[in-house]
Write a new protein. Structure first.
Length: 296
């Protein structure tokens, strides 16, 4: 029977021939998952022969990856902001780009007492859970139009012991919060909304083929249409001076900042992701001038 090292080499070569951008990493992650061990432990098992059932299971995983299926869908998990998250085909795969959204929120909420946050289009719940995990006094709401995604986000919140502080609702954008005590009192609204226009040639084929379209694509040709809708609703949902942060596509940050300015947001800023792309735009709901009566 082949050894772990032999299967790893064959898998790496085959995935490279299928166009994988990271064939060795993909192979290691899939083999570790298929064998039920940590990836680092593979190096201690290189000489171990694999049984026929193990070979069949691993071959199946590698074959699916060769078809473009994201690794996270095959393993059922993905790390984000140093935390493990359950991932299913009903959710987008959490990406390092989106960690910039969490960083922006943590910076904006630094020193806040018991902040109340909302994660719009929460998917796996990775943004909401990551923020609440770092801010022990924070509470938050997640929303998603997909009932299946809501179930995943709730499981991820429970996995990290946040059931009492994270509530996940099914519904469009901020609308599920209109009937809650959070409406008009949110300290932060965060979102990684759809921003891909159908037919975008830069979208990876595997992503287009396997990740949920409702979480990827805008309805028309404007990549900022969902972001604009969320920013508009957030003007009602946020407290005065509350923080809004949105993930946007590459090249969209200048237009997104102009959109926020047109809606009356102040303290506008953009934040780059690890790849140097302006990935997150943010602003604050304008606080009334001194002597101005508060909104009713």
């Amino acid at each position: 029977m082949p050894t772990v090292l032999e299967v790893l080499k064959r898998s790496t070569e085959w995935l490279a021939s299928r166009g994988s951008a990271s064939p060795r990493l993909d192979s290691e992650v899939l083999l570790a998952s298929g064998l039920g061990v940590r990836r680092i432990d593979l190096y201690l098992l290189f000489d171990r022969p694999l049984s026929e059932p193990e070979v069949v299971r691993l071959r199946g995983l590698v074959t699916e990856r060769g078809k473009g299926v994201p690794v996270a869908y095959l393993t059922g998990t993905r790390e984000f902001f140093s935390l493990p998250f359950e991932v299913t085909r009903d959710t987008l795969v959490p990406r390092p780009d989106t960690e910039a959204l969490v960083e922006a929120a943590l910076e904006a909420l630094l020193g806040a007492e018991a902040p109340l946050v909302a994660d719009v289009g929460t998917g796996t719940g990775c943004v909401l859970v990551s923020v609440l995990h770092r801010l022990a006094s924070a509470r938050g709401h997640g929303t998603d139009v997909s009932a299946a995604a809501v179930a995943v986000a709730r499981r991820n919140a429970a996995k990290h012991g946040l059931e009492a502080r994270a509530t996940v609702h099914e519904g469009s954008w901020l609308s599920p919060l209109r009937s809650t005590e959070a409406w008009g009192r949110l300290d932060a609204v965060l979102s990684n909304p759809p921003y891909v226009v159908r037919g975008d040639p830069t979208l990876e084929p595997g992503v287009a083929a396997h990740e949920p379209a409702v979480a990827l694509y805008v309805a028309g040709s404007d990549p900022l249409e969902p972001a604009r809708g969320i920013a508009t609703e957030a003007l009602e949902a946020l407290r005065e001076g509350g923080f809004l942060a949105l993930e946007v596509g590459a090249g969209s940050a200048p237009a997104a900042l102009a959109m926020l300015e047109s809606l009356g947001y102040v303290d506008l800023a953009s934040r780059k992701d690890a790849g140097g792309i302006e990935r997150v735009v943010s602003g604050r709901k304008n606080a009334p001038e001194a002597g101005t009566p508060p909104r009713k």
